[in-house]
Design a protein around this ligand. Structure first.
Ligand SMILES: *C/C=C(C)/C=C/C=C(C)/C=C/C1=C(C)CCCC1(C)C
Length: 260
């Protein structure tokens, strides 16, 4: 690891704390609003809460690893020799990425067999994508990175296919206000998830990712992507639930006034 200036070091520490706080705050928020959502959609809120809880724990962990990885010597932060590896993120992803896709399916409240099949394929695809990306991340050669990255992109493409093609008819059956929110959630997923494979392939063009400015920029990128893909996404899932309940209440009112 290259040396870091005091500013670079603190920027990364503060970022880790900030992301931790965002995850923790989203967890509390989802916990508090959970009761507002009807039981048939509540699973989605539970899954989104687990996502932010796991991510909060991971940021807490990398926050302490960060403190141990550097010490201040004559005004610069030097490596202590203890490792700081962003590879630890893969454990988080293995749990959170499948839950992110299954939460979207749960909030749609589809017929049980349809819901199970979609969750199984999307969740399984997501876990496979992360597991296949890992060997390339820890390998020392660009070749291994490209090959594993290529293989991991197959389940990624499959997830996008299911979300953007197969899910279409199910989304069209949702209430109008919820449809817009589901489509926005899907776009948020596409834009934020797309960031991770780009970072993964960066070593092909950038010689040394441990160079201070590049390393700091990467951590900031990961932090922003994680906040959007987990906190922002979780709040959108809740909003879909609310929109669906309001639409149902509206329909019940209209039905009642007709029968009276
Ligand atoms: C909160 C964390 C999220 C949403 C992480 C998402 C990660 C990915 C979409 C990773 C995808 C990858 C590929 C598509 C190929 C190369 C290897 C990965 C695992 C970086």
């Amino acid at each position: 690891m290259s040396d870091l200036s005091i500013e670079q070091y603190s920027l990364v520490s503060n970022l880790f704390s900030f992301v931790f706080v965002c995850m923790a705050a989203t967890f509390v928020f989802l916990l508090l609003v959970r009761g507002e959502i009807t039981t048939k959609m509540r699973g989605a809120i539970v899954q989104s809460s687990i996502v932010v809880l796991v991510a909060a724990y991971m940021y807490w962990q990398i926050g302490s690893a960060w403190k141990e990885a550097y010490h201040l010597v004559d005004g610069v932060y030097k490596s202590t020799g203890l490792p700081f590896r962003h590879v630890d993120r893969y454990v988080d992803w293995l749990v959170t990425v499948p839950l992110l896709v299954t939460a979207l399916i749960s909030i749609l409240a589809l017929p049980p067999d349809r819901s199970q099949s979609l969750s199984f394929r999307l969740g399984g695809g997501a876990a496979l994508m992360i597991a296949l990306g890992y060997p390339g991340e820890v390998a020392n050669t660009i070749m291994a990175r490209v090959i594993w990255g290529g293989i991991a992109s197959i389940p990624f493409a499959y997830i996008l296919y299911v979300l953007f093609k197969e899910l279409g008819p199910a989304i069209n059956r949702q209430p109008a206000t919820a449809q817009i929110l589901v489509r926005n959630t899907r776009i948020l997923l596409l834009l934020t998830w797309g960031f991770y494979p780009i970072i993964y392939l960066l070593p092909i063009v950038v010689e040394d990712l441990t160079l201070a400015p590049i390393f700091v920029a990467l951590q900031i990128g990961y932090g922003i992507a994680d906040i959007l893909a987990k906190c922002g996404y979780g709040v959108l899932i809740y909003m879909i639930g609310r929109a669906k309940m309001e639409a149902e209440a509206e329909m019940a009112r209209a039905f009642k006034s007709r029968t009276l």
